[in-house]
Design a protein around this ligand. Structure first.
Ligand code: FE2
Length: 285
């Protein structure tokens, strides 16, 4: 799938932008299915919010169980002072996660695309397993920031192998909160580990290294914006620092992500995302 130049770019920068990967029809089907899932979804009494900062991510029961289910998480800014939604439900959801790649036909078809398996071979991700999926809405006006982080903080293997596939379902621009990444930043240390607490009903953040992550603009210049057209695939090394801003524009920025790990690496049982024995991770191909 990837040329020698593309593989070298990925190894040098820690990310690679691949244009025109997702045809319009596939994007439309995934988008429609995501909207259907939200329509059919009934929130529980205690509302699961995906906070603006992954480091402060809520650790309620639905979140901890969502590694093997399909759950909708609200935008933090979706509620008014009275605790009621200030816009329709379909415009209030931050994301759907985290196992639709195994539990929903449309997402499954998309996620187990043989081309992705080929890419994992190209970039040396051995025996790739699909671990986590998210459909991210980045809603108009209220789409939340995702603080600068490394995906290996949240999905850890020994040795580290997490690789993210980020698909632009809609155009991603500076205005609607596109991704920003730090070229070469994957060569730096892993800063933090997000662990399920020993009791199993919460999470803790463990500091590994005090090297600061790149500051969001305009403070630092390490992060570069990845303004990409709908259909683009961005491949992200799990140690790469990346960030995305709030969306205050009137345009949504839908994206789908699939995170994979190597089947040859150890996946510790303190990772927040755990799958039951009867729902093992599946190979990409
Ligand atoms: Fe991420």
């Amino acid at each position: 799938m990837l040329s020698k130049d593309q593989i070298e770019t990925y190894q040098r920068d820690g990310f690679l932008v691949v244009d025109d990967f997702v045809p319009p029809r596939s994007r439309a089907r995934l988008r429609e299915r995501a909207v259907e899932i939200v329509d059919a979804w009934e929130p529980s009494e205690q509302r699961s919010v995906f906070t603006t900062n992954e480091q402060e991510r809520v650790s309620d029961g639905e979140f901890l169980a969502s590694g093997s289910s399909i759950w909708c998480f609200f935008e933090e800014d979706a509620f008014g002072p009275d605790g009621e939604l200030t816009q329709p439900k379909e415009l209030s959801i931050n994301k759907i996660g985290h196992a639709q790649h195994d539990l929903d036909d449309e997402f499954e078809r998309f996620s187990y695309d043989p081309r992705l398996a080929e890419i994992t071979t190209d970039i040396g991700l051995v025996d790739a397993l699909a671990l986590q999926s998210m459909y991210i809405f980045k809603q108009p006006h209220i789409g939340g920031e995702v603080g600068c982080h490394q995906d290996s903080t949240f999905l850890y293997t020994d040795p580290m192998s997490v690789t993210g596939f980020w698909f632009a379902i809609e155009d991603a621009t500076l205005e609607n909160g596109c991704l920003w990444a730090a070229p070469g930043g994957h060569l730096g240390p892993l800063r933090q580990l997000f662990k399920r607490s020993p009791s199993g009903d919460g999470t803790v953040m463990e500091q590994l290294d005090d090297t600061p992550l790149p500051e969001p603009p305009p403070v630092g210049s390490e992060l570069v914006p990845l303004e990409v057209a709908a259909g683009t695939l961005v491949i992200l090394n799990g140690q790469l620092p990346h960030w995305s801003d709030v969306n205050r524009s009137g345009t949504s920025r839908h994206a789908y992500t699939l995170h994979c790990i190597s089947g040859t690496a150890d996946y510790p049982d303190w990772n927040w995302l755990q799958r039951p024995a009867d729902m093992p991770l599946r190979p990409l191909a």
